[in-house]
Design a protein around this ligand. Structure first.
Ligand SMILES: [Zn+2]
Ligand SMILES: [Zn+2]
Length: 480
């Protein structure tokens, strides 16, 4: 589907214009199109109007991706489906799907393992049978997708809509200058890739339609069924399934490793795409031969690569260390925790509280305000007296006094939750009141290293680290 290749007849399957160059053609690239003129205004540079809208549409791709399957569906209506053909169509669906996921994607786009020549030829052949463009073209776009994820240079950015990332980018013409540059020199040096690119038309015709038809025809005499079911309709399902990596995998699921971009992990996407559904992981660790890292997650592509290794067909399987993977996971969890914490009421920050004189504090408490000082912080507990779990008398006994010791074990060693709750009742700090004043002064002088802040600059109050928590109750703050 070189839909942004620079001609008016770009084909989803490179059927007619396989000799086109990419916009990023370098001198080492095997094919060049002499007709391509980068100076000429591209149709995508013009706004879509009622008069020119049809020029924006890639009609050949429309026919190949949507027209042919529709014809296949209609024809299937009066084509009996033999069970052998059904089994063969499903088997060939998996083989051609693997050609894309294990071949085009993990081997060539990401070089996540090394394949021996026989395996490469197999993957280039069955991958061609999936009818999704040549390896070279596919891998170049995919590298741009990883490098420029969610930006204008991403060939199938989900930011342009789910449908766009699934199909729109192929059925609408694309400006070849828009797609981000990527290095594909390694692919240009791979004889299998170059051969498949040069002979793509033959490969796709044979592996996409002729081969599945021959198997069904010679095998059980179902030539036409093989053509319709294992050929045309199977192509449609493989295409739609693998297109989901660009759409569904950027739209549905969780983001356990990083949520700054769109890739997501979901089992449904994995089931649809032969294991490519753990896409958040994949974008973080693209050269890992796995997409699913847990044994119970569905990743038949990973299992196949592993099996090929056992058979001596694949080697150098790349894997990120668990340490690196866990760091990403922990950072993302931390970020979520920070966001959760930021929504909670931790009390007015101490530096924003008014400073009270001790005498003023005592005076106000005498006049009926339920003020209690703990560790130099004044709390208004008026509304809480009736709810105090330890009873009204206990809490009232602290009013107007320095209750630091009482609160921290002198009478009752209050719980962590009690310290948290107390912090929401803060109304002031006492001048010279224990560590609070020292702490405030240090903070003003920029010397304070005691305050833990999260990545958004929000203060972190860990359990047992509340300002009112005093392990060795200080002497009366008022005496200071
Ligand atoms: Zn992606
Ligand atoms: Zn990828």
């Amino acid at each position: 589907m070189p839909s942004h290749q620079p001609t008016t007849e770009d084909a989803a399957v490179d059927l007619t214009k396989i000799e086109q160059p990419s916009a990023q053609a370098s001198t080492s690239e095997p094919n060049r199109n002499p007709k391509y003129d980068p100076k000429k205004t591209h149709i995508t540079d013009l706004p879509m109007t009622r008069k020119n809208w049809y020029k924006h549409v890639n009609w050949l791709n429309c026919f190949l991706i949507l027209g042919i399957p529709l014809l296949g569906l209609v024809t299937a209506w009066w084509t009996p489906l033999k069970w052998q053909t059904a089994v063969w169509a499903v088997a060939y669906y998996f083989a051609t799907g693997l050609g894309i996921t294990a071949g085009y994607h993990r081997l060539w786009a990401h070089t996540s393992y090394t394949a021996t020549l026989p395996l490469k030829i197999f993957l280039a052949a069955v991958g061609g049978g999936a009818v999704e463009g040549s390896i070279r073209w596919w891998a170049r776009d995919h590298r741009a997708h990883h490098r420029y994820t969610d930006t204008e240079k991403d060939p199938y950015s989900v930011r342009k809509g789910l449908l766009y990332s699934h199909l729109g980018w192929m059925i609408m013409k694309q400006n070849p200058k828009r797609i981000g540059r990527t290095d594909i020199s390694d692919l240009n040096d791979d004889p299998v890739v170059v051969w498949q690119h040069r002979n793509y038309l033959k490969v796709v015709f044979f592996m996409g339609l002729v081969f599945p038809m021959i198997v069904a025809g010679l095998g059980w005499g179902d030539w036409f069924g093989g053509f319709i079911y294992a050929g045309i309709l199977r192509i449609f399902f493989v295409q739609q399934a693998t297109f989901c990596v660009n759409s569904l995998a950027h739209w549905l699921g969780d983001q356990p490793f990083d949520d700054r971009n769109s890739p997501r992990d979901h089992v449904i996407t994995a089931l649809v795409t032969l294991g490519e559904g753990y896409h958040n992981f994949h974008h973080e660790f693209p050269s890992d031969y796995r997409n699913a890292i847990e044994w119970h997650q569905y990743d038949p592509t990973k299992w196949s690569i592993w099996a090929w290794k056992q058979l001596g067909l694949a080697y150098d399987l790349k894997q990120f260390r668990a340490n690196e993977i866990e760091k990403g996971r922990v950072q993302q969890q931390q970020k979520k925790l920070d966001q959760k914490r930021a929504k909670l009421d931790w009390g007015v920050p101490l530096e924003q509280l008014p400073v009270m004189e001790w005498d003023d504090y005592v005076e106000q408490a005498k006049n009926g305000r339920g003020l209690i000082a703990v560790a130099g912080v004044v709390h208004d507990v008026t509304d809480f007296i009736k709810d105090h779990p330890g009873g009204k008398a206990m809490i009232k006994s602290g009013i107007g006094k320095d209750a630091t010791a009482i609160f921290n074990g002198g009478v009752y060693l209050h719980s962590n939750a009690a310290h948290n709750l107390l912090s929401t009742m803060r109304v002031g700090v006492i001048r010279g009141g224990c560590e609070v004043e020292i702490w405030k002064k240090a903070q003003m002088e920029g010397k304070d290293q005691m305050i833990v802040k999260d990545s958004h600059g929000e203060r972190v109050v860990r359990a047992g680290m509340q300002v009112t928590k005093v392990f060795e109750p200080a002497a009366s703050a008022g005496a200071a």
